[in-house]
Design a protein around this ligand. Structure first.
Ligand SMILES: Nc1ncnc2c1ncn2[C@@H]1O[C@H](COP(=O)(O)OP(=O)(O)O)[C@@H](O)[C@H]1O
Ligand SMILES: [Mg+2]
Length: 243
């Protein structure tokens, strides 16, 4: 089976600044793939191009055999959990999910079932009638993820899913992502937490200044650089450039 996601020589230049520098990687169907990089390394810009929000300067993105340029054909296949919450604070949990379902044109009866199962999957079943603004940090994150799943996409992007969350809530979100993996979704996660990437991802690409400096399984990378910790591999690969 061909990879679910094929990124080839993808680049973005904004105001003559190279933000993403000809990156290439593939993600197999059902795989959890990690883009690891410090703030400003180009992860969100990459996701914006992988979801069709931002046109590449050059290179290509193929999702499930279709070019991202044919966005209309891929809209229902891609879910994008942005770093900032995309739900509405003034709507209840259920109203938010129903709103996003209608935005994606999910037919009423299907939407009803989907909302119900997402509430259960995200452990929000008893929160359906609660205003989103009243939720705890972890619940908001789970609602944000649920809003990106109402159209049951095959491919899911999670942009820094646990940034700013306490360690307990972070583990709750990890459990949610592991559950999504079990449902065979193809998942790409960005993070700057080594531990998170190592826990969740089969393979990882390390980004630095818009480039992928290396990729592979955490175990292979540690072996290649003869280092015991991913932290050390990361530090070795993203050494500050001496001017
Ligand atoms: N629209 C834009 N205009 C100018 N600079 C941008 C724009 N978008 C991103 N950048 C810059 O590109 C770099 C990478 O940003 P981003 O993709 O958000 O990185 P990350 O998500 O890894 O933190 C940053 O230096 C950021 O300031
Ligand atoms: Mg970002």
């Amino acid at each position: 089976m061909p990879p679910a996601v094929i990124v080839s020589e993808l680049a973005k230049v904004i105001n003559e600044k190279i933000i993403v520098d000809r990156i290439s990687f593939t993600v197999e169907e059902g795989e959890v793939f990690g883009l690891l990089g410090a703030n400003g390394s180009g992860k969100t810009t990459t996701f914006n191009m992988l979801s069709g929000l931002l046109a590449p300067s050059s290179g290509s993105v193929m999702i499930l055999g279709k070019n991202i340029k044919e966005l209309a054909k891929l809209k229902m296949e891609i879910g994008f959990v942005t770093q900032e919450d995309s739900f509405y604070e003034t709507l209840t949990v259920r109203e938010n999910l129903e709103f996003f379902a209608s935005q994606f044109g999910v037919p009423g009866r299907v939407a009803g079932e989907r909302v119900k199962s997402l509430l259960s999957q995200m452990k929000l079943s008893d929160k359906g009638g609660v205003l989103a603004s009243k939720l705890s940090g972890g619940m908001k994150k789970r609602l944000n993820i649920a809003c990106s799943l109402v159209h049951d996409p095959k491919v899911l992007y999670l942009d820094e899913p646990t940034v700013g969350l306490d360690p307990v809530v972070r583990r709750e979100i990890w459990a949610v992502i592991e559950e999504l993996h079990r449902t065979k979704k193809t998942i790409i996660i960005t993070s700057h937490y080594m531990e998170e990437i190592e826990h969740l991802c089969g393979r990882v690409a390390i980004m630095f200044a818009g480039r992928i400096v290396d990729s592979g399984t955490p175990a292979d990378l540690k072996k290649k650089y003869k280092l015991k910790q991913m932290e050390d591999v990361f530090a070795y690969l993203v050494k500050p450039v001496v001017q």
